[in-house]
Design a binder for this molecule. Structure first.
Ligand SMILES: NC(=O)c1ccc[n+]([C@@H]2O[C@H](COP(=O)([O-])OP(=O)(O)OC[C@H]3O[C@@H](n4cnc5c(N)ncnc54)[C@H](O)[C@@H]3O)[C@@H](O)[C@H]2O)c1
Length: 358
């Protein structure tokens, strides 16, 4: 099978996003780094258990930190434990920290790498679909603080992102669905990709390897194109929040029992309704977009969440600007309106519509 090797520009020069069909491609790239640098690994505990022989070949067990990926562990306590792990091994600024796992391990490990001695070299090996298409691109790192999600963090680019679609074979279907939520979002941000996804994403989670490679490669490129216009998330990057004002509020009201990307799928439906109700999106486009978004199930519990509570949770979102809740809306796939204020009546009606689609 053809190797997908995507080169992505970063403000440290160019780093490489290498996406391999087979795990051997990942091992070979990591072996190259180990042969010329001191390397320490931070690895998701499930990934370590499932893929242990790969790590046994790459690194001494003592230089590998096994991390349990929960939102509770995305914390300062974990950072302090990681700093001690690195300190005890004489890690310095020339050392490489390879972070292997989903978005939780990635965000926490990257923040540790970005702050330890003011920054060590970082390599990301995303192993969930969400991490492959979203969290490993754009340089956002961070941990949760008190009840605030991703509240303390930094912008820090990895030297390289290396992965294989093979990792996805062991992923829980709900985590695959969560990653697909972000892919559906990219489809709405890019007209051509929407046409591709409309054909390939039929509602099944059984997606062939070649299609997965293309879906991830194109999603990663769309995200990178957006973030290179606006590294510090001042405006253009807000496009990536499509569906997220609703999605984050759903996550928060469910006390994070609903996965991020699954909340985003529901949130994209809410955002489409809001665009239609406020005259931004025609009936014909709305029908097409909703049919596409409803091919994938979300989480039954969303329909039991209280609409007023979801609305209130939106007020606490980081996307709030000068006290107003802001939305990203599309008039059609690829045509965006960024930071649109929503009137309460319209937003509540959109939440109710979203719940009616679950
Ligand atoms: N930095 C960013 O730009 C950014 C963007 C979006 C989301 N995020 C963050 O990402 C996090 C969510 O990431 P996620 O969805 O990857 O969740 P996650 O890291 O919790 O991974 C999901 C689950 O899959 C397991 N897992 C990982 N790889 C596996 C594999 N190959 N096989 C079997 N199991 C595997 C993990 O142990 C975990 O139980 C959230 O904390 C969110 O805030 C960050």
């Amino acid at each position: 099978m053809e190797l997908k090797n995507i080169t992505i520009e970063s403000n440290n020069g160019n780093f490489n996003y290498a996406l391999f069909p087979a795990l051997e491609g990942v091992s070979a790239e990591l072996q190259k780094i180990s042969s010329s640098h001191s390397v320490f690994y931070i690895v998701d505990s499930k990934v370590y258990k499932l893929y242990k022989p790969i790590f046994d070949d790459l690194v001494n067990r003592d230089d590998l930190f096994v991390f349990t990926a929960t939102e509770e562990n995305k914390s300062f306590d974990s950072l302090f434990t990681l700093y001690d792990f690195l300190l005890n091994r004489n890690t310095d600024r020339g050392s490489y920290i390879v972070v292997v796992g989903g978005g939780i391990t990635g965000d926490t490990g990257s923040f540790a790498a970005s702050t330890f001695m003011r920054g060590t070299k970082l390599v990301l090996v995303p192993t969930t679909l969400l991490a492959m298409v979203d969290s490993s691109i754009g340089g956002k790192t961070g941990v949760n603080y008190k009840k605030y999600k991703n509240f303390i963090g930094s912008f820090y680019e990895p030297e390289a992102v290396i992965s294989s679609v093979k990792f996805l074979e062991t992923l829980d279907p709900n985590d695959l669905l969560s990653g697909l939520g972000e892919v559906l979002k990219y489809a709405l941000l890019d007209a051509e990709f929407f046409e591709y996804c409309s054909e390939k994403l039929t509602g099944s989670l059984e997606i062939g390897q070649e299609d997965l490679l293309t879906l991830i490669g194109r999603s990663a490129r769309i995200k990178n194109d957006v973030v290179t216009q606006d590294r510090l998330d001042m405006k253009a990057r807000h496009a990536l929040n499509l569906g997220h004002t609703f999605g984050h509020a759903i996550e928060s009201v469910s006390h994070f029992s609903i996965k991020h990307g699954i909340g985003v799928i529901a949130g994209l439906r809410g955002a489409a309704f809001l665009a239609h109700r406020t005259g931004v999106m025609t009936e014909a486009v709305f029908t097409k977009v909703i049919e596409f978004l409803c091919r994938y199930k979300t989480d039954e519990s969303i329909k039991r969440l209280d609409s007023e509570m979801i609305y209130t949770a939106m007020q606490g979102d980081k996307k709030r600007l000068n006290g107003e809740v802001k939305f990203v809306l599309i008039s059609q796939p690829g045509s965006l309106l960024i930071d649109v204020s929503g009137k309460k009546g319209d937003v509540i009606a959109s939440i109710d519509f979203m719940k009616s689609t679950i």
